[in-house]
Design a protein around this ligand. Sequence first.
Ligand code: DP6
Length: 318
Amino acid sequence: MARAYTNIALIKYWGKKNKQYKLPYTNSLSLTLDRFYTDTLATTIDNDKDIISLNDKLLNDAESKRIRSYLDIVRQMYSFDDHFQITTINHVPTSAGFASSASGFAALAGAINETKKLNLNRKQLSILARNGSGSASRSIYGGFVEWIAGRDNESSFAVPIDETPDIDLTLLSVVINQHSKKISSTVGMENSVKSSPFYSNWVTLVSSEIKEIKQAIAQKDLQKIGEISEHNAMSMHALTLSANPSFTYFAPETIQIIQLIKEIRQKGIFAYATIDAGPNVKIICTKESIQRVQTYIKQQLSNVTTVVANIGHGIEYI
Ligand code: DP6
């Protein structure tokens, strides 16, 4: 069985130059987290259709469409025609505010590697995971990870920057209860690429922010890491507001929390925001600041839940 952890991008992946292979326009950089993970077991079966279950529930055709198409890609990439029984347990509760596609496709790539004895190294695993979901390419490694955009299917993969960083960073996920219709990241980034007049500026910005944040990581400059991450996240969300038609992942509480984080900083407490393709805010904290940040947010907004996560490690077989 393969176990992969989720990751949070500090420099976001937002836009594909090639949809088939999920090749991004830019590099991206993330931190793998320790609390939320996916366990996946793949066994080959004598059947002409894959059988897929998630959290002990058999998925129907519509629910498993994305996984089935992924398995078709894997069969094609490695020239075999076995079908699989896929058993997945997701330890990424939606109530924690993280997406599960990163850990999910990384664990699935690992599970097939294990069952089919493909003996893939981590670079090859990252390529395989990327074909399921872009952000999954980074969940192969622990700690700080960079996904190199590359030119084609062979040259686009993640590399570790520091898998066990000795750095005082911890993450507070603030979960907003929201029931509005979701725009997937796949569709959201496509709309941004197509219609935001700022998309080319984003590509330029990411290339300089990647360099800056890597320097800040090497120097363990927490404030710089926080500042760059927050700026990058806000710039990504500017691409949704400037798309045509415009859209946003923000809920009213998302903006409230962004403002609270600025207040918290004014009190001299370490806190920076990052936000993915949803309303929840992830607050980058230190071990010292997290308690005070949590208390402050909960005092001001009674309706949110918070979850703490630390730095986690790469894919493992158990
Ligand atoms: C905002 O990896 O979910 O979380 O490749 O289409 O599956 P697909 O997209 P996905 O996008 C993640 C977007 C993000 C930023 C990030 O994780 O880098």
